[in-house]
Design a binder for this molecule. Structure first.
Ligand SMILES: Cc1cc2nc3c(=O)[nH]c(=O)nc-3n(C[C@H](O)[C@H](O)[C@H](O)COP(=O)(O)OP(=O)(O)OC[C@H]3O[C@@H](n4cnc5c(N)ncnc54)[C@H](O)[C@@H]3O)c2cc1C
Length: 323
């Protein structure tokens, strides 16, 4: 690991100024993914600007209209344990509560979680100059790709790694960003971007911008759930994940959001699975149909065809749990 200095910001403006003052500086939240990057020589910043010392950025509150406001510095453990989050947005509480290990969840922040970089082993090895590192090849295509994507791949095929991002997109959350040009709010569904335009990026956060808060609309009238499948029950990223929210009136689904994790370079919204649910009674038949529809258009790679069956079963079970 190269030498770097650590500075502790007291305000968001100061954080941006401290980062701008020394080119190549990076922001630190919990530091879980960042420290991996430093040790793997994927980033070599002269300065880390600690955001954890900024008061008020870790708050979780509920507005009068039921909107959940989660500060980007709230830890995964705080989000998972928060009574209001568990009651109104159970898919988000569960996704945060199942990520990583208890030790990591006590340190990792929800902002850092959605901003963590892909886990692809080629990206994580300094010696492989892949698309993500400004190269011109995705080594997973002809190489080891059993954890890679089914949808939206190319030229990068590494899945988006964040648990929290999946329900945030399903709930129609917005992200509040603060940059040199002022604050802006971006819908979660537009925050994460496919790699076709710029393979080095996973989202629209600009250099010098901070993620301040996530606003998650009220779920009044909606039911929601998050489930994932992992290789082992201990800490690890899921193989596939699903966050599903449905609005049911008179026993019929009026609106549905089906978002899949670990199968695309972004949290993947399945329009076909949503269509299979809307207008139908919520039950075993619609759960079966949604599971099958969720894999329409899947393009498995050489070693990840098993994910198609996992998604089918996971979506079916998640819908059934809501029925
Ligand atoms: C063994 C292990 C298992 C794991 N399993 C899972 C899992 O199952 N599911 C899952 O989702 N994750 C998993 N993770 C990943 C872990 O949850 C993330 O690394 C962590 O959430 C990152 O949060 P952080 O606060 O530590 O971010 P940091 O490492 O501090 O930051 C991550 C990145 O975001 C930037 N950043 C952070 N906060 C802000 C902000 N507010 N504004 C602007 N930029 C910011 C940083 O500059 C950095 O580039 C696992 C990690 C490990 C080590």
């Amino acid at each position: 690991m190269n030498r770097f200095e650590l500075v502790r910001a007291q305000t968001t403006t100061q954080a941006r100024e401290l980062a701008a003052e020394m080119p190549g500086s990076v922001l630190k939240a919990g530091g879980i993914d960042l420290l991996d990057h430093l040790k793997e020589h994927l980033v070599e910043p002269p300065r880390l600007v600690d955001l954890k010392t900024i008061p008020g950025l870790a708050q979780i509150a509920v507005d009068k209209d039921g909107t959940l406001k989660i500060g980007a510095l709230a830890t995964l453990a705080q989000v998972a344990a928060h009574a209001a989050v568990r009651a109104s947005h159970p898919a988000l509480a569960r996704a945060c509560g199942e990520a990583a290990s208890p030790q990591i969840r006590n340190v990792a922040t929800i902002g850092g979680n959605v901003l963590q970089r892909p886990r692809c082993w080629y990206y994580r090895l300094e010696s492989y100059k892949c698309f993500k590192k400004g190269g011109d090849v995705c080594f997973a295509v002809a190489g080891e790709n059993r954890y890679h994507v089914l949808f939206g791949g190319g030229p990068v095929f590494a899945p988006h790694p964040s648990n929290a991002a999946v329900p945030l997109v399903a709930y129609g959350a917005s992200f509040v960003l603060d940059g040199p040009k002022g604050a802006r709010t971006v819908p979660a569904g537009e925050f994460f971007v496919l790699p076709d335009k710029d393979p080095t990026r996973e989202n629209v956060l600009q250099p010098g911008e901070l993620l301040l808060e996530m606003r998650v609309p009220s779920t009044k009238g909606w039911r929601s759930a998050y489930y994932e499948v992992r290789e082992r029950a201990a800490f690890d990223w899921p193989l596939v994940a699903a966050a599903i929210a449905v609005k049911v009136e008179g026993g019929t689904v009026k609106d549905a959001r089906v978002v899949l994790g670990q199968v695309a370079t972004i949290p993947w919204r399945s329009a076909a699975a949503e269509k299979a649910l809307v207008g139908k009674p919520l039950g075993a038949t619609s759960a079966e149909a949604a599971g099958k529809a969720a894999v329409e258009g899947a393009e498995p790679m050489s070693d990840n065809g098993y994910k198609v069956d996992l998604v089918t079963t996971l979506v079916r079970r998640t819908v059934a749990s809501l029925a």
